[in-house]
Ligand binder design. Sequence first.
Ligand SMILES: Cc1cc2nc3c(=O)[nH]c(=O)nc-3n(C[C@H](O)[C@H](O)[C@H](O)COP(=O)(O)O)c2cc1C
Length: 204
Amino acid sequence: MKILGICSSPRVESNTNYYLNEVLDEAKAKGADTEIIKLAGKKISGCHGCYGCVEAKKCIIEDDFQEIYNKIVEADGLLLASPVYHSCITPELKSVLDRMGFSGRWAKNEMKETNKSYDWKGSVLSGKVVSPITVARRAGQNFAFAEILLWAATNDCIIVGNTYWNVGVAGKGGSVNANEDEEGIGIMRRLADNMVDVISKLNK
Ligand SMILES: Cc1cc2nc3c(=O)[nH]c(=O)nc-3n(C[C@H](O)[C@H](O)[C@H](O)COP(=O)(O)O)c2cc1C
């Protein structure tokens, strides 16, 4: 079982990474293979809307995205983690989600002819077990969280629940102090248990 965490803070040392580590440490203790990809310092353009992926069956923009695409394709579970920026996910994560969702869909499908309806054959994301994690100093969690949920819901993914939203509260004045957020850390550990359970049940 492979669980991949995408940490979309532009900061190398970040609260978002701290929470992701909490989830993945717990998942590892339950037997999962885990990995974190930090988007900090990576060159990842936004989607150009060129539709080049329809023919090429992959995104044709050459940058650090291709490596991330391949890692996501290999993963059973995907934790999409973002700091809240003005009530939204970071542009780094938005770029990955747009390009992943679009090129992942066209990798498995053909553009329909005029007057014909779609006969979707899934996506490279079909059946992946996904969960959002958002981190804010104070407000805007729900909107950012919903952005990730909506992406997963339209990309044929299976969304994992929890007894609370997977949110961390940290970062006043730019501090990296997620370790003080006892409640948030508990939420992350339970998320790991739920994700491992769901993937195990799906693979029975
Ligand atoms: C550009 C920018 C926008 C932010 N917008 C919000 C916001 O809308 N709501 C909030 O509570 N915190 C906001 N913050 C604070 C961060 O979400 C908070 O510090 C978080 O812990 C940073 O995560 P990181 O350490 O993983 O980078 C913002 C920070 C930055 C730099």
